[in-house]
Ligand binder design. Structure first.
Ligand code: GDP
Ligand code: CA
Length: 311
């Protein structure tokens, strides 16, 4: 089938590997709200996590960055007193950011640059940034030292503070003025099914949906929309999704996330929702399926993909 999926990094990439293995023709619309400029370089963490995972270059142990990575350049920058020390910028990974930045500065769109990088990695999916415009998620927190309320970049909140500073707001800065690319809109209208992987509902899927036009395109699509819960046994499988959900007033449960996305028949997104067998869930207007949702290996992930499509 022609499958279009919205995706963040780790959870999105793992899920997409299962969709590819099932033999579908996949387009992934990836969150770029995690992006940052660092040492003059454009870094796109979620695009790279999907590209490296599906292309066989991801560090299996860390789940981000390259296998066999070294951090000599980061060490040299730190010796000059140039941070941030908390962001892992690997030497191999740097080549990706160098090429991306050069091509962007030569006038290419992020969509075209991503395709150029994928010529090496051959991820087996069409990888699309949600927009070619600059969007960077920021988080409003109280400074732990001064108590002053201010906004910090999502990466600083997530990586440096491990989401431990309570978030007063999570804002995809630039999203309101951003446009979805023609390729994204086409992928949504051409899809035979739209899948929402178990990516973070706030800072991955939520950011993609914050680009004006994407939600409308989904609602107008002929395809059914089926989501997979990132909450298993009442808590996120990995990462700090609970802190993000709390920040937007959504309960951390499969039921809470389903209600947040909403039933398509009631103006929301979902026709179907897959939950783990251990999670109760009932939302009017949404068909619910249950099976083990841990993507422990490719076979388990493929079973989840099959169940989503069957639903
Ligand atoms: P990030 O951008 O790297 O943070 O990755 P995503 O947003 O794509 O995915 C993160 C989400 O994946 C987390 O909220 C986890 O709960 C979810 N997740 C990770 N592993 C699994 C799994 O095995 N099963 C399910 N259902 N969700 C998972
Ligand atoms: Ca991410």
């Amino acid at each position: 089938m022609r499958v279009t999926a919205l995706a963040g990094g780790f959870g999105g990439a793992r899920f997409l590997a299962g969709v590819v293995a099932e033999g579908h023709e996949v387009t992934a619309v990836v969150n770029t709200g995690d992006d940052l400029w660092l040492h003059g370089l454009k870094v796109c963490p979620d695009l790279d996590t999907v590209m490296y995972t599906l292309g066989g270059g991801i560090s299996a142990e860390r789940g981000w960055g390259r296998e066999g990575e070294t951090f000599a350049v980061s060490g040299e920058l730190a010796a000059y007193g140039f941070g941030p020390a908390w962001f892992g910028l690997g030497d191999r990974d740097l080549a990706t950011h160098l090429i991306r930045t050069q091509l962007l500065e030569a006038g290419q769109s992020l969509t075209d640059v991503t395709a150029a990088l994928c010529a090496r990695w051959r991820p087996g999916v069409t990888l699309l940034p949600m927009t070619d415009d600059r969007v960077e998620t920021h988080v409003v927190v109280d400074d732990p030292e001064t108590g002053t309320r201010h906004a910090i970049h999502f990466q600083e909140w997530w990586v440096r503070h491990r989401a431990a500073l309570p978030a007063h707001a999570i804002v995809p800065v630039g999203a309101e003025e951003a446009k979805p690319t023609p390729a994204v809109l086409q992928a949504i209208s051409d899809a035979e099914i739209v899948l929402l992987p178990p990516s973070n509902p706030v800072v991955s899927i939520g950011t993609v949906l914050a680009v004006p036009g994407i939600r409308d395109a989904l609602l107008a699509a002929d395809a059914r929309i089926v989501g997979v819960s990132p909450i298993v046994g009442g808590s996120p499988v990995r990462g700090m999704a609970a802190e993000c959900l709390t920040a937007i007033g959504v309960e951390t449960s499969a039921q809470g996330v389903a209600a947040h996305y909403g039933a398509r028949s009631a103006g929301g997104l979902l026709d179907g929702w897959l939950v783990d067998s251990s999670d109760p869930c009932e939302v009017e207007g949404i068909a619910v399926g249950a099976l083990p949702l841990l993507m422990t290996d490719l076979d388990a992930t493929r079973a989840i993909v099959r169940a989503a499509i069957a639903l």
